[in-house]
Write a protein that binds this ligand. Structure first.
Ligand code: SIN
Length: 492
């Protein structure tokens, strides 16, 4: 069975990281599984509330001095961390593939993408400007400061085991906040390897803490949300868990950022470059086998080109090489677990029962392992199908047809979430009017891959709020203070 062959074996850690110490001791342990081989690859401490409280205390104590470090000093640590991630990208990519199942090329891409947030926020740290204000009273002057909000709890998902941590931690550490990270129990090894590099980059003790929890996840989440020492929670994951964390955080009135589920419409007009639109739809739909929050979930194609579009897509998808992510020729790896496969099967069955036609049958690839699944393409999917309302988070590509821009915009917006969306057309008027009408936080035109540390990532409606990356992301970790000076003499 493939096992990573690393340049630096010490990047595979076996304990949590709290206050600069690696903690292996616990009363219980949990297993990490390689989803491709279904073999146990690590046993890690399943920490409880007492451990998370230690991490919160460490972050709180560290914050008292970390908040007073200069932005330039923080930029130096962040830049060093970026370099360390790039130097170790192959090792980190292998660890990520091993625990998540995505193809190695995607995993190394994620490491580079994740590292870019440290580079970006090294550059943003010294640029957190305030404003000078003339209040109504002529003998007063006021100015604003942006100050770090305090200790931040960062609760991170399994689909980007590295980049979703770096996207949050980079902005927080740049702002002058300290953090307690809780990675998903299915993919903690990438987070732990990152913690080692944080240590090597020279960040002060307690600035970055990482707790591990599987069975104890609900108590650990609750402790982070209810602790008065934690001033902010940032969470990427499902809308239901986001709502729970929001309720739990209300008793201490925390600042919150939520990047929750999406249901991205991918709209292709008949004047689009067909081959390009198909390639980009594949890149968006099947990135991580459909397991990203911005993957195309519903593909809307103008009725005159549906057949051509679907057949071309099927021809290209048949060329995928599905296998263990660590195999050199693999283009697409496996799903994270059996539950994820059940959801794909449920959406496929439901759409077919309601009249959808099968263009590519797809389905389980049991000969490769329990979590392998080959992509499905359907056409004639009716709006009543479950997949039009719910995110599949898997390799099912349902193609719906539409006639007019007005019609497709109303279909696209007919959902309670709004994260990403896509529009393909050569007509600038269509691009503008449709983009402006779509109820999503991000619209990607004529490209299926748009995420970047330079752009603000985030949603509207029940996809959450807050922005990660870009010039805006650091504000999610800062509060504005105004200082007014009164009693000044009359102007000369
Ligand atoms: C996500 O799935 O939430 C993240 C996708 C990305 O940043 O590219």
């Amino acid at each position: 069975m493939p096992r990573p062959i690393l340049q630096r074996e010490e990047l595979i850690r076996d304990g949590a990281y709290i206050n600069g110490q690696w903690i292996r001791e616990a009363s219980e342990y949990f297993e990490v599984i390689d989803p491709a081989s279904n073999e146990v690859i690590a046993k890690l401490p399943d920490q409880n509330v007492s451990a998370v409280n230690d991490a919160i205390d460490a972050a709180y104590d560290s914050f008292q001095s970390y908040k007073n470090t200069t932005p330039r000093q923080r930029a130096t640590w962040l830049r060093k961390l970026h370099s360390l991630m790039i130097e170790n990208a192959q090792d980190l990519g292998q660890i990520l593939t091993w625990e998540n199942g995505k193809a190695l090329s995607d995993a190394v891409g994620e490491i580079r993408y994740g590292a870019s947030y440290f580079e970006w926020y090294a550059e943003e740290a010294p640029r957190a400007y305030g404003a000078v204000i003339q209040p109504g009273n002529s003998s007063n002057r006021a100015f604003t400061l942006k100050q770090p909000v305090g200790v931040c709890g960062l609760i991170c998902p399994w689909n980007f085991p590295s980049a979703m941590i770096t996207r949050k931690a980079a902005a927080a550490l740049a702002a002058g906040c300290t953090v307690v990270v809780r990675p998903d129990a299915q993919t903690p090894l990438s987070a732990l390897a990152l913690a080692l590099l944080v240590e090597e980059a020279g960040f002060p003790k307690g600035a970055f803490n990482l707790v591990l929890a599987d069975k104890h996840t609900p108590e650990v989440g609750l402790a982070l949300c209810e602790s008065p020492k934690v001033r902010k929670i940032s969470f990427t994951g499902s809308t239901n868990i986001g709502k729970l964390l929001m309720r739990q955080s209300s008793s201490t009135m925390k600042k919150l950022s939520f990047e929750l589920g999406g249901n991205a419409p991918f709209i292709v007009f008949e004047d689009a470059d067909l081959e390009h639109a198909v390639d980009q739809a594949i890149a968006s739909k099947f990135r991580g086998l459909g397991q990203t929050c911005v993957c195309a979930n519903r593909v809307y194609v103008q009725d005159s080109i549906v057949e051509k579009f679907a057949n071309l897509m099927a021809d290209k998808v048949r060329k995928f090489v599905i296998g263990h992510g660590l195999n050199e020729d693999t283009t697409h790896g496996c799903m994270i677990n059996s539950k994820a496969i059940l959801k794909v099967e449920e959406h496929k069955r439901d759409a077919i029962e309601k009249g959808a036609k099968v263009v590519l049958e797809g389905g389980p690839l049991k000969e490769l392992g329990p979590h392998f699944y080959s992509p499905v393409i359907l056409t004639d999917v009716p709006q009543s199908a479950k997949v039009s309302k719910e995110e599949t988070f898997g390799p099912l590509c349902p193609i719906f047809s539409f006639k007019t821009a007005e019609e497709v915009v109303s279909y696209a917006n007919d959902t309670n979430v709004g994260l990403g969306s896509y529009v393909f057309s050569r007509d600038i008027n269509t691009i503008y009017t449709v983009s402006e009408a779509l109820e999503t936080g991000m619209v990607s035109c004529n490209t299926g891959l748009f995420t970047d540390s330079a752009i603000p990532f985030g949603g509207v409606k029940e996809s959450g709020f807050g922005r990660e990356g870009s010039l805006y992301g650091i504000d999610d970790y800062m509060v504005i203070k105004v200082i007014t000076i009164g009693g000044l003499p009359k102007k000369i």
